[in-house]
Design a protein around this ligand. Structure first.
Ligand code: PMP
Length: 471
């Protein structure tokens, strides 16, 4: 094991994908109706009364009663009032293990005092934002650049979504080419152009309700793990505007839920060089969780542009940014008169790079480095996955479990493992029905997890390092 990283052994992607194929070929295995009813009657109706009342009121003013997509919401969302290290507490005082970790940014666990105290100091001194330069803007950029070899410059933005939008603008300006090829099933935020091939590889525009189809004229997808498909599309694009960039989540779509082969990233890099497309790594989940140099350090790949999110504000708001070589980052120079004379990509955000996000991000990254948090969390991920494997075998369950360091997966219904094949259009409704049916069952599994005291992240759980402190 390379001890700079959280991944001790990279999973055998072919083996896992065949286990996932077998899982979705089987009928759904879920919580028995009687057991679900017991959870509803004994836990949710008796022990979550304050949550229930608050969500009833919230549903009158907030669509669906909540503002986030990541947590399970059946039979109703719970209201959380306290987060501390590896634990969450709801408004009724129930305690949970936190495997969601705010969707991944809190590698150190929730609300660590080392970061919080610096944030409070800054708030006392200058408040959260001024709209002007602050020293922590420099410090966080320098910290990222010192750890990511391919990042010579960094521009902080407000979210992962914004950073993905900026990346494709820069790629088009830098190459003069038009098309963006993204990996099917991958999530790169919810902007119009990237709402393509979401969740289900091959799904194209079908999941992008509210986005006109012409927006996707220059967005395309290729199948995960399929370098031949990627090359075919790169070749085809040479006849129609070229490929500005290939964009991937380096562990596989949806944070590695369908894992890519260990050699896949290098293969993508070689094809990008061959066809003159920029390689964009979306490290929103993997940056500083796989290791201080991200998934690119682990795979030994040199992307042209890297997208950061979440962790660069340590769980505080305003988390995102784009990094890369100077020759590309010049298209992001800010300021009215500043920077080189090139056409600049349109990016902005009044709250982007505010002092609060920057100070929180800077000390978060320092703490992750100082405590080797990513590596420690990876070891806990190994331990958890090993335990899950033993339970799956003991109870003869059809489930699939694997981990990439501290990103742990327990697939009980395999919702994200479908793909759409347009050459067999009659199969498409079946795939869409199966995924929504399985997603519904996932909600039931989620209800059981929560009632048993675990808050997971849909089917991918992140293990914050603080779980190590429990004996
Ligand atoms: N890219 C990836 C790989 C993500 O996982 C996410 C969010 N989960 C995003 C982009 C979007 O980031 P944000 O939610 O900050 O807009």
């Amino acid at each position: 094991m390379d001890n700079r990283f959280s991944i001790s052994t990279y999973p055998d992607a072919a083996e896992i994908n065949s286990q996932l194929d077998a899982l979705i070929a089987k009928p759904i295995y879920s919580v028995k109706p009687g057991a679900l009813k017991t959870y509803e009657d004994e836990y949710y109706s008796k022990k979550c009364i304050k949550s229930k009342h608050m969500i009833e009121e919230a549903s009158k003013v907030i669509p669906g009663g909540v503002q986030h997509n990541l947590a399970f919401n059946y039979p109703f969302p719970l209201v959380f009032t306290k987060a501390e290290g590896a634990y969450l507490y709801d408004i009724d005082g129930n305690q949970y293990y936190d495997f969601l970790q705010a969707g991944g940014p809190t590698v150190l666990g929730s609300n660590p005092v080392e970061v919080r105290s610096k944030v409070i100091e800054l708030l006392n001194e200058c408040g959260p934002s001024t709209g002007l330069f602050h020293e922590y803007e420099y410090k966080i950029a320098k910290k990222i650049i010192d750890n990511f070899e391919t990042v010579e410059m960094f521009r902080m933005l407000g979210s992962g979504t914004e950073s993905c939008m900026a990346a494709i603008r820069v790629a088009r300006l830098a190459t003069g080419k038009k098309n963006i090829l993204k990996m099917g099933g991958a999530y790169h935020g919810w902007s119009d152009q990237l709402a393509y091939g979401i969740r289900i590889p091959g799904s194209k525009w079908t999941q992008a309700h509210g986005v006109p189809r012409y927006i996707f004229r220059h967005t395309q997808e290729f199948f995960p793990n399929d370098l031949n498909d990627l090359e075919r599309k790169l070749k085809r694009n040479t006849l129609s505007g070229g490929t500005a960039a290939v964009m991937i989540e380096p562990l596989g779509p949806e944070s590695g839920t369908t894992p890519v082969d260990g050699k896949f990233n290098k293969g993508v890099e070689a094809l990008c060089r061959k066809y003159g497309a920029l390689l964009i790594f979306d490290e929103v989940v993997t940056g500083f969780r796989v290791g201080m140099s991200g998934a690119q350090g682990y795979f030994g790949v040199s992307p042209d542009l890297t997208i950061f999110g979440k962790v660069v504000a340590g769980g505080y708001p305003g988390a995102g940014g784009l990094g890369g070589k100077k020759e590309y980052m010049k298209f992001l120079s800010a300021g009215i008169a500043g920077g080189p004379k090139v056409k600049k990509a349109l990016v902005g955000g009044t709250m982007a790079a505010n002092p609060l996000s920057c100070v929180a991000g800077y000390y978060t990254l320092c703490e992750i480095e100082r405590t080797q948090a990513a590596q420690k969390a990876g070891l806990m991920g190994d331990r958890l996955t090993e335990g899950l494997k033993q339970l799956i075998a003991k109870y003869n369950l059809p489930f699939v479990t694997f981990n990439q360091g501290s990103i742990c997966h327990l697939e009980t219904v395999g919702t994200t493992h479908y793909a759409i094949n347009w050459s067999k259009p009659w199969t498409i409704p079946g795939v869409l029905n199966a995924t929504s049916e399985r997603k519904k069952e996932m909600e039931h599994v989620g209800a059981a997890y929560m009632a048993e005291g675990l808050v997971p992240w849909q089917e991918a759980g992140c293990i914050p390092v603080l779980h190590t402190q429990r004996k």
